[in-house]
Design a protein around this ligand. Structure first.
Ligand code: BV8
Ligand code: ZN
Length: 248
């Protein structure tokens, strides 16, 4: 990691009251959860249109269910990494710290973050497509066959599939949180999935300072006020350390 925090950034950081972290699959990469479009990307073997959409589920419920089982297993074995943990630590040093995540792995919650907006749902929750009853993973023994609800309906993961609307209340609250931020960190996202990717763009339009943390350039890099190229698990603890032990 080769980053320098200039005095202007350090001043902005220590004077901030309200910090928002907008995160994508890259923040969970160091927890062993494959990203969507990277080298080992989940989509590599499958295309989003084949699996993460309602019609694919209706056409072949067992295949889609099995793919989520495979991902749930990885998520269950994964642990929050230093990036998730540092973000939770930020809560001790700033008045308001919120997380807006596209991830469905619940690692921010497990790391101790309190204010989390899950734009794309949560893989640990499921619901019946007929009667909408909710099931958490403990509710039924796991098989690779799609489970049926007591009403006979198919049970699906409580995630937002392509072509499905995001939970608009959560989206609107997340959008507001980002627009009131003193600093908006955009961490580990290719910023190509919409409408989620509008959130940092709109915040930028409102004059919010955007700090991108990624191992690569993205569609957002040209908008960012600061771009720190490096692994989230190294960069975020480094920035947190600057708050705790400021090196003037
Ligand atoms: C909708 C849940 C309409 C499921 C996911 C404009 C407006 C609205 C819609 C669209 C639009 N343009 C196109 C669309 C359609 C579509 C879309 O955005 N398509 C994309 C592919 C172009 N959007 C939709 O379909 C949305 N729905 O609009 O419906 C509607 C409206 C009203 C009423 C009815 C219908 C729904 C989108 C949500 C889809 N669901 N996930 C599941 O997880 O199974 S999206 C999926 O992609 C994940 O949530 C993921 O988080 C998200 C975004 O990907 P990233 O998180 O960015 O991950 P990625 O792999 O791409 O990038 C990783 C990054 O990390 C890279 O930059 C890499 O360099 C970096 N990195 C890697 N390692 C590290 C790192 N950085 C730091 N440290 C590291 N160690
Ligand atoms: Zn049911």
């Amino acid at each position: 990691m080769n980053i320098t925090l200039d005095d202007k950034f350090k001043k902005k950081l220590v004077e901030s009251k309200n910090i928002v972290f907008f995160t994508g699959a890259g923040i969970s990469a160091e927890s062993g959860i494959p990203t969507f479009r990277g080298e080992e990307g989940i989509w590599k073997k499958f295309k989003p249109e084949e699996l993460a959409n309602f019609n694919a589920f209706i056409r072949n419920p067992d295949m889609v269910w099995e793919w989520y089982q495979y991902r749930r297993k990885i998520v269950n074995e994964a642990k929050p990494n230093p990036a998730h943990i540092a973000i939770a630590e930020f809560q001790k040093h700033f008045k308001q710290v919120s997380v807006v995540t596209q991830n469905v792995d619940n690692l921010h919650g497990r790391a101790g973050s309190k204010i989390i907006y899950e734009l794309h749902g949560n893989i640990e929750r499921n619901f019946c497509i007929k009667c909408k009853s909710f099931y958490t993973n403990e509710n039924f023994t796991f098989t690779d066959k799609v489970p049926l609800c007591k009403c006979g309906g198919l049970i699906r993961p409580d995630v937002v599939w392509f072509g499905e609307s995001l939970p608009m209340e959560i989206f609107n609250e997340a959008e507001k949180a980002a627009q009131w931020a003193d600093l908006l960190f955009v961490v580990g996202t290719s910023a190509i999935v919409y409408p989620a990717a509008y959130i940092p763009m709109n915040a930028k339009q409102q004059g919010v300072t955007i700090v991108e943390i990624n191992i690569d350039k993205t569609d957002l890099t040209s908008y960012a006020d600061y771009s720190f190229f490096g692994k989230a698990g190294e960069v975020i603890p480094y920035i947190l350390n600057e708050v705790i032990n400021p090196k003037t």
